[in-house]
Design a protein around this ligand. Structure first.
Ligand code: IPM
Ligand code: MG
Length: 361
C-alpha cells in the first residue's frame, strides 16, 4: 500500500501530520513518501506541481493531500499558482469522481448555524464531476483590444463544456453510490443539479443523466436547478440522498453543504479514477490565517484517510475503526475552535489527533 503524502501549504502540514499519526497506529504497513506541492513546491522548485511530485502521485495507490494556496501567490501567472497543483493532479490522474459526504455527527448538531432539527441525522453525499466543465474548458483566455482605445485586456473568457462520456461515467458513479446506500437504509435517490434553463451544457447534462437513469429503475432520479438546490440545501437538507453535479456547481454546493455538518473542518473528500486510485483531501482549504497556530481541525483529514483506506486500499475495517474513534473523541467533548461550543473542551490540532490515536488504541 503505497501512499504519496502531499501536505502542501498553510495548515496542510499540521493536519496531514495528525492523519499520519492515526494511520501509524493501525496494524497495517504502509509505504509512505512525502513530496512538496502547491506554494511550497513553487518556493523550492519554481513550479506548484513538480514532475517528481506528479510521478510519485501517479505511481502510488493513493495520495493523502493537505491543502494548497496562499494570498501571497495571487499575483503569479495562473499556471504557477498553487491551485494549479491540485487541478493538475486531478487531470493527470483522471480523478473524475469527487465524493464529498456531508454527515452531521450527533454531538455537533449545536455547532451548525442551522436549527438542530433540520440537520440531526443528516447523511447526504455530494458527487462532483472533477475533470471537466468550465474548470478545464478550452478556449480560455483574454482578448486584447486592437483599436488603441483599451491598452490592456478587453475581455476574458472561460468555456463551459461537457462530453457525453464524461457525463455518463459520473452519472453511473452516482447511481451506483445511491444503490449501495439504499442497501444500508438510504432512500435510493439521485438529485442531478443543473442550470438547464439557461445553459446548453447543462441541458445536455440533464438529458444524458436521464438516459443513464433508465438503467437504474430501483433508484429515483430528480433534477433541480442549481439556484434552487442551493436554497433547498439549507431549507430542507435531509430531502437529499445523493446529489450529482458538475465541477463548478459541485465546488460551490459542497462548501455550502459542509456547514450543515457544523464546520467545514469536518468534511473529508475522495477523488477517484476508474482504477480506484484516489486522492484524499479535506474539503477545506489551506486557511493561511490560522496556519502555524496549531488550532486547525484535523478531523476532515483524518476522515479523508479513512476514506482512503476504504476506497483505494481495501481496508474497510480500519476505516470503520477511524470513524468510530472520531465519534468517540467528539463524545468526550473535545473540540477544536471551529466546532467549539459552551460546555465542551477546546483543544488544538495535535491534541485532537492524539485523542483520536488514544481512542483507536
Ligand atoms: C476545492 C477547491 C479547489 C477547487 C481549488 C483549490 C482549485 O476549492 O477542492 O473545492 O476549486 O476545486
Ligand atoms: Mg472548493
Amino acid at each position: 500500500m503505497k501512499i504519496a503524502v502531499l501536505p502542501g501549504d498553510g495548515i496542510g502540514t499540521e493536519i496531514v501530520a495528525e492523519a499520519i499519526k492515526v494511520l501509524n497506529v493501525l496494524d497495517l504497513t504502509f509505504e509512505m513518501e512525502t513530496a512538496l506541492v502547491g506554494g511550497a513546491a513553487f518556493d523550492a522548485h519554481g513550479h506548484p506541481l513538480p514532475d517528481a511530485t506528479l510521478k510519485l502521485a501517479m505511481q502510488s495507490d493513493a495520495v493523502l493531500f493537505g491543502a494548497v494556496g496562499d494570498w501571497k501567490y495571487d499575483t503569479l501567472d495562473r499556471p504557477l499558482r498553487p491551485e494549479q497543483a491540485i487541478l493538475g493532479l486531478r487531470k493527470n490522474m483522471g480523478l473524475f469522481a469527487n465524493f464529498r459526504p456531508a454527515i452531521c455527527y450527533e454531538q455537533l448538531v449545536g455547532a451548525s448555524s442551522l436549527k438542530p432539527e433540520l440537520i440531526s441525522g443528516l447523511d447526504i453525499l455530494i458527487i462532483r464531476e472533477l475533470t471537466g466543465d468550465i474548470y478545464f474548458g478550452q478556449p480560455r483566455g483574454r482578448r486584447v483590444a486592437t483599436d488603441g482605445h483599451f491598452p490592456g485586456s478587453e475581455e476574458a473568457f472561460d468555456t463551459m463544456r461537457y462530453s457525453k462520456p464524461e457525463i455518463e461515467r459520473i452519472a453511473h458513479v452516482a447511481f451506483q453510490a445511491a444503490r449501495k446506500r439504499k442497501a444500508s437504509g438510504s432512500e435510493g435517490r439521485v438529485t442531478s443539479v443543473d442550470k438547464a434553463n439557461v445553459l446548453e451544457t447543462f441541458q445536455f447534462w440533464k438529458d444524458v443523466v436521464s438516459e443513464v437513469g433508465k438503467e437504474y429503475p430501483d433508484i429515483a432520479l430528480d433534477h433541480m436547478y442549481v439556484d434552487n438546490a442551493a436554497m433547498q440545501l439549507v431549507k430542507e437538507p435531509k430531502r437529499f440522498d445523493v446529489v450529482v453535479t458538475g465541477n463548478m456547481f459541485g465546488d460551490i454546493l459542497s462548501d455550502e453543504a459542509s456547514m450543515l455538518t457544523g464546520s467545514i473542518g469536518m468534511l473529508p473528500s475522495a477523488s477517484l479514477n476508474s482504477k480506484n486510485q484516489g486522492l484524499y483531501e479535506p474539503s477545506h482549504g489551506s486557511a493561511p490565517d490560522i496556519a502555524g497556530k496549531g488550532v486547525a481541525n484535523p478531523l476532515a483529514t483524518i476522515l479523508s484517510a479513512a476514506m482512503m483506506l476504504r476506497f483505494s486500499l481495501n481496508q474497510a475495517a480500519a476505516a470503520d475503526r477511524i470513524e468510530t474513534a472520531v465519534k468517540a473523541v467528539l463524545a468526550q467533548g473535545l473540540r477544536t475552535p471551529d466546532i467549539y461550543s459552551a460546555g465542551t473542551t477546546q483543544v488544538g490540532t495535535a491534541q485532537m489527533g492524539d485523542a483520536v490515536v488514544n481512542a483507536l488504541r
